[in-house]
Design a protein around this ligand. Structure first.
Ligand SMILES: [Fe+2]
Ligand SMILES: [Fe+2]
Length: 244
């Protein structure tokens, strides 16, 4: 079992935050991290994300980076909702199944890179429904998650979720229509393509997407093998020491 308090402390020491900032950040992160599904994702053997860095570790690093960028922007009076931006970071990659060396065969545009943001929104709603009760906030969270991979496109959901071959399709029946419509509305492509290619329309989503790139490319994807895996989905030597 992963001790999530130790795990977060280990990541936090890499950043220069004041005690006050740490408290503000942890007040947002803690209610999310204690969920059993999140704890599972802190285990790098169960959910290796970039190389052998766990998905949970990646998400927490993104959340801290998102917090830092949001605060910086607010010092310049850019009015970023810090809490919403960090919540988007905490939810953005809550996909269903580990993607490296996953043998499930799908159509090209339904592969992990294109569809995992849709899976993440669905799981976030199922595991943390209280964050989606206020529809104004839900709209920002959903749009932020769905477009976090920009400039990489996301699979459009044109009414029918089945076509996307997502791994948590069985959960769709538990999502209310308002939330389903927000997912469809956000992912739909105006050009009627099966993919949507745009930034989040909200600042909070754009800040989070930038934090994701910084963490992924500057901190995590340091080996050629880990980087190559992002394209091929295969990483035969996943647990070798230098694959960080
Ligand atoms: Fe992602
Ligand atoms: Fe990510």
């Amino acid at each position: 079992m992963v001790n999530c308090t130790n795990e977060i402390s280990d990541i936090l020491v890499m950043y220069n935050l004041t005690e006050e900032e740490k408290k503000e950040l942890l007040d947002i992160i803690n209610p999310i991290i204690i969920h059993e599904e999140f704890i599972k994702r802190l285990n790098s053997k169960m959910y290796p994300h970039h190389g052998n860095i766990s998905l949970g570790n990646h998400i927490v690093s993104d959340a801290i980076e998102t917090y830092i960028i949001s605060k910086k922007k607010n010092r310049k009076k850019e009015k970023v909702d810090v809490e919403l931006a960090v919540v988007i970071a905490m939810f953005h990659d809550l996909y269903e199944l580990p993607w490296q060396n996953n043998k499930i065969n799908k159509r090209f545009l339904n592969k992990h890179g294109f569809t995992h943001p849709i899976e993440a929104v669905i799981n976030a709603y199922i595991w943390y429904p209280e964050y989606f009760k206020d529809l104004t906030k839900a709209r920002v969270i959903i749009d932020g998650i769905i477009h976090h991979m920009y400039p990489f496109p996301v699979r459009s959901i044109n009414v029918n979720f089945n076509e996307s071959e997502i791994n948590n399709l069985d959960k769709i029946d538990f999502i209310n229509d308002e939330i389903k419509n927000l997912i469809i509305e956000s992912s739909i492509s105006l050009k009627k393509l099966p993919i949507s290619f745009r930034k989040s329309i909200y600042k909070e989503g754009r800040v989070m997407s930038r934090a994701d790139k910084l963490i992924s490319f500057k901190k995590e994807l340091k080996s050629v093998r880990a980087l190559k895996a992002c394209i091929t989905g295969k990483n035969k030597k996943l647990y070798e020491k230098n694959d960080k």
